[in-house]
Design a protein around this ligand. Structure first.
Ligand code: SAM
Length: 275
């Protein structure tokens, strides 16, 4: 069963506007692994659970062609509008049943998406579509992102952020549990390929207005669930947090730019030549 928490058109649009994508440095790490284990040319990449296509776009210049897939029609619609490149096609389909031929894919990625899938079935599907020595890259970041602003005390600022994350915790889907990193570590252990790597604490820092940081957190499925359960509660929580952050920063406008740092982790695995 797909965990379809990303269906609303507004939610999909907020993805395009606010979501953080992996840095070029992180994409290079994935490509280095692919180059080392499979080598060039890089023909086909598939980005599964592509959402609005930010991550898919990062792959486009490195591959002859890229397929972005997502189960949500609203996300695919946004990707088709904003995540365009001549060599990218988007398909609406489940991660566990990809419309890709056996042994056809050089690189299969899932960026902040694998935890939503039926994980064992997806790993089997990945095995089916990957070429021999093709690579799987599962990327995600932890929710404890940090913000900083000028000379302002980061500790005080992030204590407020932590309260925001704690208030959303009860609204996390049971499918992804308390922390997604454990699900990826479990997948890492379960993948029987000898060539695999685990990386964590890969920081990606981006400047953005405080309003975009708030938009990013509001795009989380836990906030969206809270919003559906009790819109007033969710809106008030977000407004209170925003006001308190402004007060710690000593400014009045949410257009004020802060630095947002997210901690990525990634699982890289290469399908063996012979089975
Ligand atoms: C958190 S978003 C990440 C989107 C994008 N990759 C990014 O980095 O912003 C997760 C995406 O996975 C998709 N998704 C969830 N379960 C899925 C499944 N079983 N098959 C395909 N896509 C799925 C959702 O529709 C959503 O767009």
């Amino acid at each position: 069963m797909a965990h379809r928490l990303f269906e609303g058109k507004e939610h999909a649009a907020s993805y395009w506007k606010y979501r953080i994508s992996p840095s070029h440095h992180l994409i290079e790490k994935v490509l280095d692994f692919l180059e080392k284990h499979r080598g060039r040319p890089f023909n086909l990449a598939a980005d599964v659970g592509c959402g609005s296509g930010q991550g898919t776009l990062l792959l486009a210049k490195h591959f002859v062609s890229v397929v972005g897939t997502d189960v949500s029609p609203a996300q695919v619609e946004v990707a088709l509008t904003h995540g365009k490149a001549p060599n990218i096609t988007y398909k609406q389909c489940a991660a566990e049943q990809l419309p890709l031929a056996d042994g056809s894919v050089d690189l299969l990625t899932a960026m902040s998406a694998f935890h939503w899938f039926d994980r064992p079935r997806f790993l089997q599907e990945a095995h089916r579509v990957l070429k021999p020595r093709g690579c799987l890259a599962l990327l995600n970041y932890t929710v404890d992102m940090e913000i900083s602003y000028a000379d302002c005390c980061s500790h005080t600022l992030n204590e407020v952020c932590k309260e925001f994350y704690a208030a959303l915790q009860p609204y996390r889907s049971p499918h992804i549990g308390r922390s997604s990193i454990e699900l990826y570590q479990e997948a890492y252990r379960s993948i029987p390929y000898p060539d695999k790597e685990w990386h964590e604490c890969l920081w990606v820092t981006k400047p953005m207005p405080l309003s975009s940081y708030m938009g990013l957190i509001e795009s989380f499925s836990s906030y969206q669930t809270m919003l559906r359960d009790d819109a007033q509660k969710a809106t008030k929580l977000s407004e209170d947090i925003s006001q308190r952050l402004l007060s710690v920063m000593g400014v009045t406008s949410t257009d004020t730019e802060v630095e947002v740092s997210v901690k990525y982790f990634c699982l890289l695995a290469c399908k063996p030549e012979e089975e």
